[in-house]
Structure formats: C-alpha cells, structure tokens
Design a protein around this ligand. Structure first.
Ligand code: URP
Ligand code: ZN
Ligand code: ZN
Length: 457
C-alpha cells in the first residue's frame, strides 16, 4: 500500500505499508514500498486504519419467538463492508446446554464460513451450577477468556447476584473477565407493571419501561461484587454518565472495571420513541435523553474503553409484530456494518480525533480482550486494514449488507468512504465492491486477562 496517512492510536504517519504472509512486514518511507510479489494499492490522499474490532455482536441470536436473521457468513461480510475485520460473538447457552456446549455449537456454525477473524465470549445463563463454573476454566484454556452474565431477562438468561458472584470468583481464578448486562430486573418489572396498569404498553414507552435507575442499580451492585471478588469486570452497552461515574469510582478503589458504549447510545436519544416506528429503536437498555448521550462522549477512552455495535439483525417485520406490547418486541438493533463508518464520520467532523477513533474501535478493545495481533498496523501485527477517502460521503440506506431491512440510522449522511478492506492480507473489498474471495476468517484464541499497560493503576 503506497502513500496515505497511517492512523495508529498514538500517531498519524505518512508511510507505505507492506503486508507479507498476512502480517504487516514493514512501514516504510512514502513511495518506497516494493511491488514485488504483492499487489500495490495507491492510497495517496487516503487514510489507512487498522481493521475494526467489534467485541459485542449477536449473530443468529434466538430471542423469544424470534431469531436474528444473519449467520456467520452474512454478518462477517457486513462487518467487512463497514471496515470491521475482527468480531467477538456471544455463545449464549440454550436451556439444555452448558457454556462449553454453546461455544462448541458456535464454533461449528462459524467454521469455514466467516470472512473475517472472530472469537467468542462464554456465557453463564440462568444458574451458575457446578458444571458451568468448571466450564469457565475449560473455556479459558481454549482462548475464550471472557464470560458474559445478565442481571436482566428473567426466565431467559438472567442470573441472580449470588450466581454472578460465583461466576466472578471462577473467572478471576482462571484469568477471565466477566462482562455484565447490567439492569436490575425487578425494577424493570415494576416499571412495566405500572405502565401496563395505565394502559401504556406500546413501544413508544420503552424508555420508561427500563428506567435509568435499573441500569445504575445493577451497575453499582456488580461493581461491588467485582471489588469483593477482585474480578476484572466489563459493563456492556453503558447508556448513562452516572454508570460511567460508578466505573470511575470503582477504579479509584482499585477495581479492574471497564465499560463500553454503542453508536446508538452516543448518537441517538429517546426522542426516537416518539417517531412513526418506535419499535425499530427498542433495545435494552433503552435510548436515553439527549443530555445523557452527549455526556457519554467524555468517558470514551477512559472508563468506556470502546464503542461496539451490540449488533442484532432483527428486521422491521419482526420488530413491528408486537409494537403494541413492548415486552414482546425482540430487543436490539443492527449495527456491525455501521459502527465504524458512524464513528469515522464523527471523527472527520472533529468530534473525536482520528487516533481516538482507532483507539475506541480497534486497538484498546483488542488489548483489553487479549486478542493477539489486532488493533495496530505496526510491523508484526495482522495485515487487517481499511483505506478511507476522507472527502467521500455516504448515506445509510436500508439494512445495507446486514440481513435486515432497516438501520436505526436510516437516512443519516456520513463523512468518509471506506473503499478498500483487507483482512490478513486478503483484499475483501476493492473500490467499494466485494471481491468474492472465499471465506478466510479464523477463530482467535485469546490471552487471559492482563490490564492494558495504559490502564494499570
Ligand atoms: O437490546 C439488546 N441489547 N439486545 C441484545 C441482547 C443484549 O441485551 O445485549
Ligand atoms: Zn445486553
Ligand atoms: Zn448485546
């Protein structure tokens, strides 16, 4: 790759990038890269970024009577179209599965079909029985070094706090991080009960159904358990500055506490529930007031390590089937393809720096989750990159390449156009077009937890 500005999380440099055998073999003076044996891309005037890393996706997720409509082939292709070349997917056990069986099923589903590299988070759902806790150790040995728990979704995946504590004790023994969906279910249930008694069950009441205090209460409880157990703890989809403050407070007490947010919590707000189709924006936690969304930005790169999609490919018909009963609407929005372009656009508009974009969407998550060789373009790292025309523009239409027909960001104009995407040296997208290479994504065995150097206290 010749010309162009290489964006790392620490600096931007003018250099050529050479990729050999799937890895960056050299960064050299502009115009110096040899074309011998490798295709050369002219990146003059372009930005070159490390491939995106999305650590929060739900591919083919069953939820109640619905399932998200994608699989590893379509989701990984959509990821690549949006510049994401690594994703970490949840292996949520069905009621009769152990966490290990769930990971093995997800391995079979992904084998040979993913276009980009991927890994898994284990999950302990419903109860933390002896076998599930033993699986935490077995999964860690396989390179599945994070475990998800839910304090919400009673009867589906929810764990009681005692069980969360048991998972944390097992995780810390085996070098894993626990990821938490933090909402106190009983507070959500009470709100839904009260709304129902007033006849207010439509999707437009989603924000009131899952109030801020439910997220804050659960966050404080699990961070308390993290302190007691010493377990590295990561709060998924943080929507509130108060939760980020709770993370800051836990960190000041020596807790390894981290969080993430998502483009929809940063760029949308609860006014979407007053739109013509509020059900399309139903997610848990819900979208919050605009002031909360605006305030979250200042925590990025600190308490909120990264921005991830929480990708859920339900389509409009699935979301609308029970629009009048918010408890039956499958929660979540599609986003594996739009996460990085949305954040890129914000960077090009000056809201965050380009180096911060790389940090939030690629490098820091790769380090925190122990993903080897991802998140940078320094020599030795995987040859995963995207080339961006910073003068280009885009509009989000339909579900793009995701297996759905809508985006919560429908109609949004974006600055910057990703025209080339390379995954371990393989060109997946050229001039904006899918090249049609066969699937070449590999399972990523991750390291056990070690606080990233810049996060050490
Ligand atoms: O609404 C959401 N977030 N759906 C996906 C499942 C989860 O809670 O992450
Ligand atoms: Zn969740
Ligand atoms: Zn999720």
């Amino acid at each position: 790759m010749r010309g162009g500005e290489i964006v790392l999380d620490s600096e931007i440099l003018k250099a050529d990038v050479t990729i050999r055998r799937g890895r960056v073999s050299a960064l050299s003076a502009p115009g110096s890269a040899s074309s011998e044996g490798v295709p050369v891309f002219d990146a003059d005037g372009a930005l070159v970024l490390p491939g995106g890393v999305d650590v929060h996706t739900h591919v083919g997720l069953p939820f109640g009577e619905f399932s998200t409509l994608d699989d590893f082939a379509s989701a990984s292709r959509a990821a690549a179209q949006g510049g994401t070349t690594t994703f970490l997917e949840f292996a949520i056990p069905t009621p009769d599965e152990t966490p290990m069986a769930a990971v093995q099923r997800r391995m079979r589903q992904s084998e040979g079909v993913s276009h980009v590299d991927f890994g898994f988070h284990g999950c302990v759902a419903r109860c933390a029985d002896h076998e599930s806790l033993e699986d935490v150790a077995r999964l860690a040995r396989m390179g599945v070094t994070s475990v998800k728990v839910f304090t919400a979704y009673r009867g589906i995946v929810m764990l009681e706090l005692g069980d969360v504590r048991a998972v944390m004790e097992a995780a810390v023994r085996h070098g894993c991080m626990v990821m938490v969906h933090a909402e106190t279910e009983s507070l959500v249930e009470r709100s839904i009960h009260d709304l129902r008694s007033e006849g207010l069950s439509h999707a437009r009441y989603q924000a009131r159904a899952r109030p801020a205090e439910a997220e804050l209460d659960a966050a404080r409880s699990v961070l308390g358990l993290a302190r007691v157990t010493g377990c590295p703890t990561y709060l998924v989809h943080v929507t509130l500055p108060e939760v980020a403050d709770a993370l800051a407070q836990a960190r000041s007490q020596g807790v390894e506490a981290f969080g993430e947010s998502c483009p929809h919590y940063l760029l949308l707000d609860e006014s979407c529930y007053s739109s013509a189709r509020p059900e399309l924006f139903v997610c848990s936690p819900p979208l919050r007031p605009g002031a909360a969304a605006a305030a979250l930005w200042s925590y990025l790169g600190h308490e909120l390590i990264g921005v991830h999609s929480d990708h859920c490919c339900f389509n409009g018909a699935q979301k609308s089937q029970y629009a009048e009963d918010l408890t039956r609407i499958p929660p979540g929005v599609p986003g594996i393809e739009t996460r990085l372009p949305l954040m890129l656009s914000e960077a090009l508009n000056g809201r965050i720096g380009l180096t911060s974009l790389v940090e939030f969407c690629s490098s820091k998550p790769a380090r925190l989750f122990g993903i080897p060789l991802k998140g940078s373009l320094l020599p030795g790292y995987d040859g995963d990159l995207l080339i961006v025309d910073p003068e280009g523009e885009n509009e989000i239409t339909g579900g793009l390449h995701m297996s759905t027909d809508f985006s919560p960001f429908q109609g949004r104009r974006l600055r910057g156009r990703i025209h080339t995407v390379v995954a371990r040296g393989r060109v997946l997208i050229k001039d904006g077009e899918w090249t049609g290479l066969p699937a070449g994504g590999r399972f990523l065995k991750r390291r056990t937890f070690a606080a990233p150097a810049d996060e050490q206290k």
